[in-house]
Design a protein around this ligand. Sequence first.
Ligand code: H91
Length: 656
Amino acid sequence: MAVDDYDELLKYYDLHETIGTGGFAKVKLATHILTREKVAIKIMDKDSLGDDLPRVKTEIDAMKNFSHQHVCRLYHVIETPKKIFMILEYCPGGELFDYIIAKDRLSEEEARVFFRQIVSAVAYIHSQGYAHRDLKPENLLIDEDQNLKLIDFGLCAKPKGGMDYHLMTCCGSPAYAAPELIQGKAYIGSEADIWSMGVLMYALMCGYLPFDDDNVMALYKKIMRGKYEIPKWLSPGSVLLLSQMLQVDPKRRITVRHLLTHPWLMQGNSCPVEWFSKTPLGYIDEDCVTELSVHYKRSKTSMSRLISEWDYDQTTATYLLLLSKKSHGKPVRLMRLPAAKEIPVTSFKDLRPKQSLDFEDISRDEPYVFGSMEFSDDELFYEDSEFISIEPLTPKQYSKLRHETNSVDSPLATPVKQSCLTKKEDKENFDTKVTKCDSPFLHPPPWTPVTKRNQNVKRGILTTPNHTPVVPPKVEKSPFRHARDTPTKKQTIPTEDIAAVISPERRCRSVDMDLNQAHLDNAQKKKGAKVFGSLERGLDKMITMLTPSKRKGCTREGPRKLRAHYNVTTTNLLNPDHLLNELTKILPEKNVDYVQKGYILKCKTQSDFGKVTMQFELEICQLSKPEVVGIRRQRLKGDAWVYKRLVEDILSSCKV
Ligand code: H91
């Protein structure tokens, strides 16, 4: 890893673990330092991008135009000589795909809630002149409020003459591709998107695809015929809507406009689908501007002007993340900046927030967990010797400053970048390095011991398969949310007196995973797909449960203790080693290579030519209440439906 390329990124973000990989990108979880908000960072290597570079440009350009409640938000773009980093809205719920397969299929009511959001997002991007061209459940993520967010705009198109103009490029995933697209005909992007939405709606309500075949030519034939099975559980209304979207002739296909008020989508809702943006780009929030102007010691007017430039730099990111905090009822407050004074961290080690390896929220206004960081070796780690900067500001000073920020405007330095994304000249950049602040550090909320936090975690138990309405995992609202305003008694550190910031240069170092280094059992041909069945069916009495978990207690001696999540399948087993032994026996039989790290099995499949076709993790974990063994599964790379079949096959072969 070229550390230099990460320097700019590490000024603003604390990097955590890899949460997924796209075709040519790696996605990592990170924390924006100033707001303590979680973000997802899509990391691309320019040299390896090659012909895919235009895709990245397309995605960035498109996302800069979007601001919508169901479209993943782009916060920040950092380009270095070798890398492109896209800092994006983090969606802790993961992919809609995983949610569907964990539940087998969704009830009509739940499918409607999601489908209204999909229609809203697609209508919005169409209104902006774009077609997505790769709509599928893997490209819809679930955010912390259980709302869907559309991602992956690398294939989107903005026809020059507007949405009614024809496109030629055949792209997207074959199973979701419209008939006119696979025939190589000129097609209209919005019409092709409607077809994909039909396939998507079918997948939501059935748990499998309407057109499927291992052989791509056979698949294309099925798509062109437009005939699909209608399972008995679909209501007449659902069947009608599907037939309107899955019309082979694009001119006979329903339009987005008609979808907005379609009776199926209106059922149980008093209003049509709201497609317009609830956060238009033109609107600038007063509270966020105030906080930023205090932080940067600029007037509110000039701060607003700077934000309105939408440069997708640290200013844009900080503003949008503050806005996100505000919309979640969190205080609109920024962390202090690092000051000039540096003190070796050894004496203050316990001040560092412990980074958890899962989707646990460690936002600044919630209690911190103290201790050292724990990462697996394919992830990032802190170096032993850290430096922190300490610069206190009394509440009085702070509030004085907040009311006196209409005067100072400081000219700040601009880092010169070598860009292959934009020709635009770099504008003023608010860089922590060059911002000299003698004392204007904001007063952070008190830190509260972790025991408090854990006491407040509720557990959500659910049922799968199916079809009892299952509430998606709800992120708990912390009772300490307003800790700044009402300090708790158990406060461990008097934050009026102290606040710590770790210098960005020393924050993280990354080591990439190399599955090839470990012993690999085989690299044989990938096996044929098995009949569809629930992931849970394979193991006796399995229940899938909700609620995210923490990577706490991941030791070499035993499996991690995890809380239930829909990506965790429970067994009726009490001994984790039995399951581990069984899995390590079965994986080679299924032509899956694996690397074992404690109770985590990092799996991959390869093509005949040695290309990695699939990468996923299976982790044996310990669940509580009931105290049984579970399996956490996570797809990192590869076709979602092939993965589903493979994992079903593996689990159903376990003789436990
Ligand atoms: N697929 C296309 O696996 C296969 C959690 C998770 C949480 C995310 C926020 C944004 C993005 C991914 C997130 C994510 C690739 C994101 C956004 C855009 C984009 C890409 C990713 C995977 C890559 C990892 C993703 C899901 C999709 C998780 N991911 N778990 N928040 O282009 Cl716009 Cl590639």
